[in-house]
Each structure stands twice: as C-alpha cells, then as structure tokens.
Ligand binder design. Structure first.
Ligand SMILES: [Zn+2]
Ligand SMILES: [Zn+2]
Length: 753
C-alpha cells in the first residue's frame, strides 16, 4: 500500500540517511540524522504522511550505533522469506487525489475510468500469483506508455510501483454493449453518457466494476426495480444501493458520524443505515427491513456515471439467485443476457470475484456482516505464532475459509452457500488460489463437526496429517476471542439458526464457558422437536408446531389453534402430518435453535410463513419492534444437578399467544418477545457467572445480526457489570466460523492437545 515509498519521501524531505525494507514481520526503518529530525519523522509518518490505507498497529523505536559513511536514504529490496504475507493487499476505493485529477481537463488522465495510484485501486481482485508485480496481475497485457512508466519508476511519485497504473493511451478501456454483447458505444465518454441515459429510462444495465459485475437500475423507479427483481429471480431480499456523495445518502437514510467514516473509508463497504421516514426510494428496494444498504461510488467509472445526472442506483451483485458473483465478460453475457438490457464492460480482467462488504453498527461500533472487498486478504493477527500451517474449512452457509500462517489468520472473502454446485466449485478453486497466494501448505485441517457439511467432507478428503473437528458454536465464540486477543475462558452466549451439537441435536441457543482450547456447555434453550430437516429452516409452521407441542404437551389440540395456524398453513392435513412426525419423532431432530423461534413468532404475528432468504422472517420481526415498549414475557431457567441449565420458553409462548388472540399490536408483541429473549440470555449469563466467577461475556452467532436484540442485551450486560465482547472484524453469522476454527486449531496445536 505504498508504505515504503512514503517512508522514503518523509526521510528524504527531512534530510535523513538510512534505509527501509519490509518482511513478514512488518517494516523496518533505519535512520541517521539529527534527533529532532528523527522525532519529526515519526510524527509525520504516523500523521499527515501516512498512506491513507495503511494502519500502524504498533511502532517500536530503539537507538543503534552510528554507521559511518551513510549519506543517502534508500529502499532496500525486501528479504524473500515470507514476503508473500506482506505483499498482496485489499482493493481500495479511488482516492480523493485521483478523483481530482480525473476531473482536471489538463491532466492526461482526465475522465479516465481506470485512474489509480499507490493509495487506491484494485489489488487482490487482479492478482494472479505472487510476487505482487505487474506481470503477475491481469494488467500484464497492457504495456505502460512512457508517461505512465515514468511515474511508475519514480520513487518520489504517488504512482511509484502502483501495479495497475494506466492511462487512456495505454490502459484498459470501457464500452457499452447491448444484451447480446454487440458493442453500441465504444468511445469512453459516449459509453458512460449512454449508460446513464438507459438507467434514467429505467433500464437494467450490468456494470463491470472492481470485484465483479453489478446489476444497476434507478433506485427511485419502482417499476424498474420490480423488473430487475423478476428477471434476477430475487423476490424479497433487499437490494444494496450506491450514491456518489454522503450528502445524497443523507437524503434517504440517517448517517451517523461513525457511519460516515466507514462509508468514506478506502474499504468503501455497504453500510446498513436507518431509513428516513418517507424516503423517495422505490418501495420494492428494501421491504420488511428497517434499514437501507448504501455504499458510495468506489470505482472511477462509478463517478463518471453519477456525474451524468444519476441520483441513486440499485447496485446488486451480478449473478442469478445464489450463484457466485460473475466477473468475466463472456460469462456475464451468457448468464445475465436476459437480466440486463445493456452491458457496460471493460477489458481489465477481474481475476478474483470479490463481493461488496457489508457493515452495520452494534452498540455504536462498526461490525462486518459480510467480509469481502476492501478487507480481504488483510490478515487478522494472533498474539502468538503457530508453527504449523492450518486450513480451516468454515461452515456450509455464508462460507468463508481461513488459512493460518505464523501469527496471521488469513480469511477468504465471502464465498456463499456451498449447497449450490457452482459455489462449491468456486470454493475449491478459491482455497487453491489463496493457498498459492500466501504460500501456505497446510498439514493440519480444521472443520465443523457436522458430518453432512460439504465443507467437512472436503476437509476430510484432504491429505492432512491431522484433522480437527470443531463444534459450530464453540467456533463462533472462538472467533470473538481471537478478534479480541483473548484466550479465555469466557462466558459464551451463542444464538444461531443451526449448528451440529456434540449430542447429535441441532443446537442454536447456547451458553458455554469457552476458551480457545476447550468448552463446556453450561446451559441452552430446552429442546423442542423440529420436523423435516432443511424445510424446517424455511417453513415457519414446522418450528411453530414443535414449540406448541412442547408448550402444551399431551393437551395440545391442533383444532383449538386453528385460528392461529390456518393463516400460516391453510392445509390442515399437512399440519397434521407435521404434528404426527413430531409426536412420533419421525424425521425430526431435537433442537435448541433460537433462529427458528424467531421464525415461529414472526409467523404468529402474520409477517409471513416462509424464509425466501436466510433470516427473512427474523428480520421482518426486528423491523416492526415498537422500541418504546419495556414490557417483556416470562421465562424460566430450570436446572438439575450435573445437567446444563435449561431455558424454558413455555410461559413466553402462552403469553404471546394470548396477546395475538387479544389482537395486540404486532410491534408490541415483537418488542416483548425481543425483550424476553434479552432478559433470558442475561439471566443465563448471571447464572454462569455465579458458578464460574467469569465477567467476560462473548456474543456469537447469526441471531446477533439482530441489532435491536444485541444492543439491548449489550446494555443489560454492561449494567450488570459484565465485560461484553462481540465480533467486529468478521461476521457474527457463519461467515465468522472459519476464523474461530482456525484460532481453536492453532491454540490446540500450540498446547499440544
Ligand atoms: Zn489514487
Ligand atoms: Zn499510460
């Protein structure tokens, strides 16, 4: 990220002699000169002269004897061992200086859609292999012109060794094509103008960006957005949007100071922002949620488009339903020809598809919900190195995987749900690619305990010396621990949809005492029966019948609840079949899943009966919470000696059904339900503290993507003098599992367990 040239420039300006180089441990600078100058050097490097994308995590300085005869400052060739670690960085949004050059008529990159410098531009998405040098990127086919080459080789220039450096004379080009791929505008300015015209008309345009194609449509035009939904076969899931300025975003959403910092960062992720009342965004962009997903333009091409009078665009991943993001021109034409009316293409090949990252705010802190562009492959660091290299396979849903090299945890970008065959192939390719990029040869493999997971089966098929299978929820808690540089033990509270338990049940509301080397189940939601494996996480009637049976036991009569159940599943005979399965324990599992309880409650307050995408019903339930309500439902914690504490929600279910019968406001019911869950988890934490004297509570699992619940629980825990930890650098959902697996495997190896 241009750190060495920055060091060079500052040292030279201050008349210091010495050298700079980097290796796997970081950057080493030797300086010779006046004491005051050296002090000034440190101030400048940490402040105004620090490259924007660089982060100085620690800085140590020591005096060394003077070396005679040094008069110059030089950049030394980096020593080779482990150098790969420090080389490939994440893709960065176009920087302000490049933007102003792009707007400057006298600059030779005026209106050039691929302008970049050491402080910005694509990196990870264009690297084919190491070392990170132009011939090993997809820029290798473009021969630099003299002007570009002069900047590239000038150590004092902002473009010194910026591998993707290019201009209109020598670099990639854009063009506009029709839905068949036939070019319609090949001149750069005309192509952006015509694209903007099509978008204003309500057309769908596939726009090739940094990490892949987006499908773009005018976000203020409901008819156009609906057309995109129909064609993309995506009926419900909210779409992300893009605007060219924070001011524009503020017209539609509430942007806090912290949110603004994240929106304008070089990582430039999508940020979930509370909707403004009566915002003019087309209703079909984001129904059933309380937030809009906004990002700022981050590629120069985006800025050129928005400069043509576009307000806000839906910018959703260019793919069909849950397949991998498309990044190649021919594949885009083949797969998206029926979705897009036109294609804004370019000839800079994207080697790695990288989705947009997503950030939300928990307890006023930014936390990643999807970690990809801008963040990958930046490693997460452990305090202690691990001698062996490790591959952690991750989870099957929202998959990421993770490599361990020395003290670095290198998490992959968001891969997706492995049950899709294309995603699974992409997963295997991605593992190979990242292994190559970081020169990792893992002899140790970590994976989930679930025997049916494809990631587990893949991990088991590898020629490893050691395989470590790790319980799902333990991995969630471990991901929190390693992010906070803790080894534990802590009280882990883990709320989730699905995870395979050590007893073969499907866990999902757990309280454990956990460290990186061990865990013990302290308590959990009392088991209820879930009928019909995969369907149970889609159809709300299934967990609902399981919970009703659990609550009313022998007395449960489906006819008495006809008024409640019929709107959810009109086919009463189907209901009876499911109930019979539950009663006879046929094709059912015992479960403590909290995610499914959310599904059942959402269905009872008539928010829908089916999860068309993951967590649709829980998100709808969160969106209607009446936040002024402080009331809560009742629950019990039951315990018998030697057994985990049981969280019993039968009272809550009875009271909630009475509220539904009394036609209480759904928003009030939702609030009382959320409050009850927060109270119950707090009570569980108190009980765990009584027994263990631990004060640290780590929250993990997909349910904590629910901001209302998490914010409330964090507040209650803090009021109870707990120290609360949650995921920030990786998602609290299954996207963070691989990090937890890797951290546990590294700790076990370190302790020879
Ligand atoms: Zn730049
Ligand atoms: Zn050039």
């Amino acid at each position: 990220m241009g750190f060495r040239p920055a060091v060079y420039r500052v040292a030279r300006t201050l008349g210091l002699a010495g050298y700079v180089y980097n290796d796997a441990r970081g950057v080493t600078v030797e300086l010779q000169g006046e004491e005051q100058q050296i002090a000034e050097f440190l101030v400048r490097l940490k402040g105004a002269d620090k490259p924007p994308a660089a982060q100085i995590k620690s800085c140590q300085a020591a005096d060394i004897p003077v070396i005679e005869g040094q008069s110059e400052f030089v950049i030394r060739q980096s020593e080779s061992a482990g150098i790969a670690l420090a080389q490939v960085t994440a893709d960065m949004a176009v920087c302000p200086r490049c933007l102003s050059e792009m707007a400057d008529e006298t600059d030779f990159r005026f209106r050039y859609p691929f302008i970049n410098c050491t402080n910005c531009g694509p990196r990870y998405s264009i690297v084919q292999t190491i070392p990170y040098d132009r011939p090993n990127t997809t820029m290798s086919i473009f021969r630099m012109c003299n002007k570009c080459a002069a900047q590239y080789t000038d150590v004092t220039d902002r473009r010194f060794h910026a591998q993707p450096v290019a201009c209109a004379a020598c670099g990639p080009k854009i063009w506009l094509a029709d839905s068949k791929g036939k070019p319609t505008e090949e001149q750069s300015d005309k192509a952006t103008k015509e694209t903007a015209r099509l978008l204003r008309e309500g057309r769908v345009v596939a726009v090739k960006g940094i990490g892949g194609f987006h499908l773009a449509v005018d976000a203020l035009n409901d008819k156009a957005v609906r057309r995109l939904r129909r064609r993309k076969r995506r009926d419900h899931k909210p779409f992300a949007m893009m605007a060219a300025s924070v001011e524009k975003i503020k017209e539609y959403a509430l942007v806090s100071e912290q949110a603004e910092t994240i929106l304008t960062s070089p990582q430039s992720p999508i940020v979930l922002l509370p909707k403004r009342k009566n915002a003019a965004i087309a209703p079909s962009v984001a129904e059933g949620v309380s937030t809009f997903a906004f990002m700022l333009s981050y590629a120069p091409l985006h800025y050129l488009l928005f400069a043509e009078g576009i307000e806000v665009l839906v910018m959703t991943s260019g793919n069909i339903s849950d397949e991998p993001l498309i990044c190649k021109n021919d594949k885009a034409l083949k797969s998206l020809g029926r979705v897009a009316d036109a294609f804004l293409m370019h000839d800079r090949q994207i080697y790695r598809q990288v989705d947009d990252s997503i950030v939300h705010f928990v307890d006023c802190e930014a936390a990643l919900l999807r970690r990809a562009r801008g963040y990958v492959p930046t490693p997460i660091l452990m305090l202690e190195a691990c001698e062996q290299e490790i591959f952690a396979a991750g989870s099957d849903l929202k998959n990421t995987f993770c490599l361990v090299k020395q003290n670095q945890l290198i998490c992959s970008e968001h891969i997706g749900d492995l049950e899709d065959a294309e995603v699974y192939h992409h997963y295997i390719d991605s593992v190979e690619h990242l292994r190559g990029l970081f020169e990792v040869e893992p002899k140790v493999v970590a994976c989930d305990l679930h025997p049916g997971y494809l990631s587990t089966q893949y991990a088991l098929s590898l020629p490893a010396e050691k395989v470590i299978q790790i319980q799902h929820h333990w991995a969630h808690i471990a991901s929190v621990l390693v992010e906070h540089n803790l080894a534990g033990p802590v009280i882990g509270i883990e709320c989730d949809g699905t995870g395979y338990g050590t007893d073969g049940a499907i866990w999902g509301c757990e309280c454990m005492t956990a460290s990186l080397t061990d865990f013990e189940r302290f308590g959990h939601l009392a088991y209820y029966r879930l009928a019909g494996a995969d369907a149970a996480s889609k159809e709300a009637i299934r967990p609902l019948l399981g919970l009703l049976k659990k609550t009313y036991g022998e007395d449960f009569d489906i006819e008495e609840f006809r008024w409640l159940l019929e709107p959810i599943e009109p086919d009463m005979s189907r209901q009876r079949v499911i109930l019979e399965q539950i009663e006879k324990h046929l094709n059912t599992v015992d479960s403590s899943s909290l995610g499914r309880v959310f599904d059942a409650v959402a269905a009872m307050v008539e928010l829908g009966n089916y999860n068309h995408f993951d967590a649709q019903l829980p998100m709808a339930l969160e969106a209607i919470v009446e936040s002024s309500v402080e009331e809560s439902y009742s629950f019990d914690l039951l315990g018998s000696a030697g057994e985990p504490v049981q969280l019993d929600l039968r009272k809550m279910i009875r009271q909630l059904i009475e509220d539904v019968r009394a036609k209480k406001e759904p928003g009030v019911i939702s609030a009382k339900f959320h409050n009850c869950i927060a109270d119950a988890l707090l009570a569980m934490a108190h009980k765990a503290r009584e027994k263990t004297s631990l004060d640290n509570v780590a929250l993990g699992g997909g349910v904590f993507c629910n901001r209302y619940l998490t914010n409330r629980l964090v507040r209650l825990l803090k009021q109870g003098d707990f120290n609360v930890l949650f995921n920030r650098e990786v998602p609290s959902n299954d996207g963070g599992i691989s990090l937890g697996q890797a951290a546990i495997a590294a700790a076990l190896l370190r302790h020879n367990v």
